[in-house]
Structures are given as structure tokens and as C-alpha cells.
Design a protein. Structure first.
Length: 95
């Protein structure tokens, strides 16, 4: 089984741990300070394509919470990131 963990912030990352103990890290892709949605989907699709060789995928997406020090716009951007990752996961069929 492949284990995935995602920190959805713009400074976040996706980490994949494979059954052979290989670890791959991908920084959250951006273009000009905006999320690169196509690259986000491509990262997940590449890992999804390997699942048949490794017995499935277990994914954990960080449950973000806004706080006063973050400010409204910071909390909003974090929410956008989480939503984009959720949609990418659903689009490629990771349960």
C-alpha cells in the first residue's frame, strides 16, 4: 500500500511512502504565487498509476483550521488549497 500525506498550504507538500520504504516528496506546485492545478493533478495521477503494483493507496489530507494570526486572506487561501487537493483526489478516484 502507498501512504500519502498532504499539507495543502502553498508552502506545503505531498509525501508518498511506498511499501519498499521509498519516500517521495513533492512541494505544492505553484505558478506566480497561484496553485498549479494541472501539476497537482499530475502528481496524484502518477502515484495513482503505481497503485496496482503496491496494493492501493491510503491518503491523509491535513484538516486545516484558520486562526487569528493567519488573517482572513491566509485562511481563505488555505481553504482553497485543501479544496483543490480534495477535487484532484476525487477526480482520479482515490477513495
Amino acid at each position: 500500500m502507498i501512504h500519502l500525506g498532504i499539507d495543502p498550504g502553498k508552502q506545503g507538500a505531498l509525501v508518498a511512502i511506498f511499501p519498499n520504504d521509498e519516500i517521495r516528496k513533492f512541494v505544492v506546485p505553484t505558478i506566480n504565487k497561484e496553485y498549479d492545478k494541472a501539476k497537482m493533478l499530475n502528481i496524484l495521477q502518477d502515484i495513482f498509476n503505481e497503485k496496482s503494483n503496491h496494493g492501493g493507496i491510503h491518503l491523509c489530507l491535513e484538516n486545516i483550521n484558520g486562526h487569528s494570526a493567519m488573517g482572513r486572506s491566509g485562511a481563505f487561501v488555505m481553504g482553497i488549497g485543501k479544496g483543490l487537493w480534495e477535487m484532484a483526489v476525487m477526480a482520479i478516484g482515490i477513495p
